[in-house]
Design a protein around this ligand. Structure first.
Ligand SMILES: C[S@@+](CC[C@H](N)C(=O)[O-])C[C@H]1O[C@@H](n2cnc3c(N)ncnc32)[C@H](O)[C@@H]1O
Length: 280
């Protein structure tokens, strides 16, 4: 029989640990939610009490448990083409602009013709695959370009699901039927939509904590959506600094509606309430 509720002290200790590890500040009224989520880890590890689990988690022997603890606490909700206007902009404006820049005399004159896009906190992969669908749909104007999309998340389980690329009908509900047919194999027995290899080939996956700088940039476009709502101001500032440092001059930042970082983006030009550009 597992312990029923977190004590005040236990709740504070788990919240402190998730804050130090992932930058996530859990609200004071989330004790039941945190208790339920940690209890899943008690069941999985066969540990009886929250106190023993905390001791294990913070001991050298429990180092391997930390990613599963973070997974249990974080929220991975996502779906294809969430905030559809972001994808309309990507396919309809950003990619054509990149194509134009390369051909305009005095433009960036990029050789090789290259685009790097980062989906930061990509969860189970719907966001980077949606980006990849826009890229694929714009192939005619980007023939011969070297285009890579990087999907990163702190959660190993979320990344494993992203790599598997199998989605239920709910996840793909905003993808038009023609796109579903073009970019997924339907496993109708299992009610799953499986991402086709061509699309997979555009995306790389990597475990990454937003509190740390990223390698592999600079990025011409970065998506940061539906993750910073749980971060406090100090952590948000660290994340924003890491994101902006990794942006290419002239690169774009697509910001989700709940990030709460708009007053931290003063080094960037505001294009839309959700879209920022790095000068240069
Ligand atoms: C709700 S999902 C957002 C997915 C996608 N960006 C979207 O908007 O649909 C939030 C993701 O942020 C991840 N996350 C939370 N803290 C993180 C951190 N410190 N570094 C990287 N990823 C983090 C979680 O694991 C989760 O997968």
């Amino acid at each position: 029989m597992h312990q029923v509720e977190l004590t005040d002290d236990e709740y504070a200790r788990f919240c402190g640990l998730i804050y130090r590890t992932a930058g996530i500040r859990i609200a004071e009224n989330k004790r039941v939610m945190v208790g339920n989520r940690v209890r899943r880890r008690l069941r999985a590890t066969g540990i009886e009490t929250f106190a023993e689990y905390f001791a294990y988690l913070t001991s050298p022997a429990g180092a391997g448990e930390m990613p599963d603890f973070v997974d249990a606490i974080t929220t991975n909700e996502t779906y294809f083409f969430r905030d559809i206007h972001h994808y309309r902009w990507l396919g309809g404006e950003f990619l054509p602009e990149m194509a134009r820049r390369a051909t305009t005399p005095g433009g960036a004159g990029r050789t090789p013709r290259r685009i790097r896009i980062w989906s930061a906190a990509c969860s189970t992969g719907e966001e980077p695959y949606s980006i990849a669908i826009e890229v694929f749909s714009r192939r005619p104007i980007l023939a011969g370009w070297d285009i890579r999309i990087l999907g990163t998340d702190i959660s190993g389980q979320a990344l494993a699901a992203a790599r598997a690329g199998r989605y239920d009908a709910r996840a793909v509900r905003l993808a038009e039927p023609a796109r579903r047919a073009a970019f997924f194999d339907e496993d109708s027995n299992a009610g799953r939509w499986v991402v086709k290899p061509d699309l997979r080939a555009l995306v790389e996956w990597r475990a990454h904590n937003l509190l740390r700088p990223i390698t592999g940039g600079p990025f011409d476009c970065t998506f940061i959506k539906n993750v910073l709502i749980y971060f406090d101001r100090d952590s948000k500032k660290v994340v924003v600094r890491n994101l902006v440092e990794a942006m290419a001059p002239g690169g774009y930042l697509v910001v989700g509606p709940t990030e709460g970082v708009f007053d931290m983006l003063d080094g960037l030009e505001r294009v839309q309430s959700w879209l920022y550009r790095k000068p240069g």
